[in-house]
Ligand binder design. Structure first.
Ligand SMILES: [Fe+2]
Ligand SMILES: [Fe+2]
Length: 148
């Protein structure tokens, strides 16, 4: 039998899925659009991160379905590709910051509701998002050092 969790927690799952889909597509299209010397170092990272985000969306959706028999949302949070590399990296950094805030909130709620599996799942995902945030921050700093 599935753990009983609040509707509030399940709604946060769908919010998380919407943003995982957003960044998965966002990073994928950024990866496709960026070429050239400066873009090159960024490209591979974007591709790998986009795949990780898709796996996050799927893992969260599986948990949502298991706990509530609720179909995962098919609507991503608005996607922003950006026109310059700087614009893109700033948006990606912000997207990861939003993830950190939301996932800390989910972890806290899961703990309160004694849902250990969700707690563990989101702690793993949170660690990935911290990594991504770090990657984008470093890339942006390097880019700024290169001069605009
Ligand atoms: Fe993610
Ligand atoms: Fe991420």
């Amino acid at each position: 039998m599935a753990t009983k969790v609040s509707k509030e927690l399940l709604e946060l799952f769908n919010k998380a899925i919407a943003r995982e889909m957003q960044v998965s597509i966002q990073y994928m299209w950024q990866h496709v659009q960026w070429s050239g010397i400066k873009g090159f170092a960024v490209q591979g990272e974007l591709k790998n991160i986009a795949i990780t985000e898709m796996k996050h969306a799927e893992a969260i959706a599986e948990r949502l379905w298991y706990l509530g028999n609720i179909p995962p949302t098919t609507k991503p949070t608005p996607i922003f590709v950006g026109e310059t590399l700087k614009e893109m990296l700033e948006a990606d950094m912000k997207a990861e910051e939003d993830a950190l805030v939301l996932y800390r909130q989910i972890i806290e709620l899961a703990r309160k509701e004694k849902d250990e599996t969700t707690n563990r799942l989101f702690r793993q995902i949170l660690a990935d998002e911290e990594d991504h945030h770090d990657t984008f921050t470093t890339l942006l700093e390097n880019f700024e050092q290169l001069g605009k």
